[in-house]
Design a protein around this ligand. Structure first.
Ligand code: SAM
Ligand code: DTB
Ligand code: SF4
Length: 327
């Protein structure tokens, strides 16, 4: 049986990432089947509850105030609007609902009180509720946990060494610190990154090692392909080759066998066959709906068709916590 490890070395993981393509996919698919149902894919929905106007300078992000993109700034949504979007997402088959805010960090103010009410409301709908709000302190994480937050997303995005090329307004260690606060509070950790920003394979592998060598692996690892947005410094980046996406997903799957590996941003640029390769390589979750946070995503109908073609079943919510209770 595959063991769960926290001592991955650079040379070893580079060798996995660079191994012959079909062997890599076969190995990842094998590990995937040891830990997951191969026919099950979780369908999640994202909602941008506070859009644009962000003070940070993340080079990929259309929501940074300093870049001139088409994103319209929108203040924090009202709780009832968010809850009706969550209920619609549930009716369309989503079992996890993730609310994103274009904040550098959470502040202890009325907006945070509102987010707490959103979390309580979505939790009461029997969906896994997730937030991505920027940096949080330990007491903010505890408050979110008490409100019923299931998971917190905070991506490392890239390696510690490449990080400064992409973001200057905060440090890689700030990200790690927030993830520690999330972990301590008992909230499920969601952390991954983006490929296609000009990083090397070593950067990709180093990011995965930082995640997989944590004392506990993140329960959820989103792998995003950069969606180049006009007006951002990365607008001219070439499309990520599907081969890279598959290698990244397969390597993440092999290193973190129990995690949900999420085929996240970039699906609009991929054919059905390309997405199928990603599922084969161990991806077992997608974001559904016309929009991610601000950029386009394949529609629900298209995804349902693909699920039918591949005989995939949507995964029900809280499966991980059930496994914990049984174990
Ligand atoms: N402001 C919070 C933060 O930075 O943690 C939460 C929202 S932020 C938009 C969430 C994640 O979206 C980022 O960490 C990044 O991985 C991803 N993201 C943003 N823009 C993207 C793009 N153009 N292409 C791919 N992923 C992107
Ligand atoms: C993640 O890793 N990808 C999602 C979710 N976590 C929050 C966000 C992707 C955002 C893509 C750019 C946009 O739509 O604004
Ligand atoms: Fe702000 Fe998050 Fe976008 Fe960075 S990724 S600019 S922190 S919204």
């Amino acid at each position: 049986m595959t063991e769960i490890r926290n001592n991955w070395s650079l040379a070893e993981v580079e060798a996995i990432y660079n191994s012959p393509f079909l062997d890599l996919v076969y190995r990842a698919a094998t590990v995937h089947r040891q830990f997951h149902d191969g026919q099950e894919v979780q369908v999640c929905t994202l909602l941008s509850v506070k859009t644009g106007g962000c003070p940070e300078d993340c080079a990929y992000c259309p929501q940074a105030a300093r870049y001139h993109t088409d994103v319209k700034v929108h203040k924090l949504m009202e709780v009832d609007e968010v809850l009706s979007a969550a209920s619609e997402a549930k009716s369309k088959g989503s079992t996890r609902f993730c609310m994103g805010a274009a904040w550098r960090e959470v502040r202890d103010n009325r907006d945070f009180d509102k987010v707490i009410d959103m979390v309580k409301g979505v939790n009461a709908m029997d969906m896994e509720v997730c937030c991505t709000l920027g940096m949080i302190t330990d007491s903010q994480a505890e408050r979110l946990k008490e409100a019923g937050l299931y998971a917190y997303n905070h991506n490392l995005d890239t390696s510690d060494t490449f990080y400064n090329e992409i973001i200057s307004t905060r440090q890689f260690d700030d990200r790690i610190h927030t993830l520690e606060n999330v972990r301590k509070s008992g909230i499920s950790v969601c952390s991954g990154g983006i490929i296609g920003m000009g990083e090397t394979v070593t950067d990709r592998v180093k990011m995965l090692i930082t995640l997989a060598n944590m004392p506990g692996h993140p329960e959820s690892v989103p792998v995003n392909a950069l969606v180049p947005v006009e007006g951002t410094p990365l607008e001219k980046q070439p499309k990520v080759p599907v081969w890279d996406m598959v290698r990244m997903i397969a390597t993440a799957r092999i290193m973190m066998p129990k995690a949900m590996v999420r085929l996240s941003a970039g699906r609009v640029m991929m054919s059905d066959e390309e997405q199928t390769l990603c599922f084969m390589a161990g991806a077992n979750s997608i974001f559904s709906g016309e929009r991610l946070l601000t950029t386009p995503n394949p529609g629900v109908d298209h995804d349902q068709q693909l699920f039918q073609t591949l005989n995939l079943r949507p995964r029900k919510s809280f499966k991980d916590s059930e496994a914990l209770v049984v174990a």
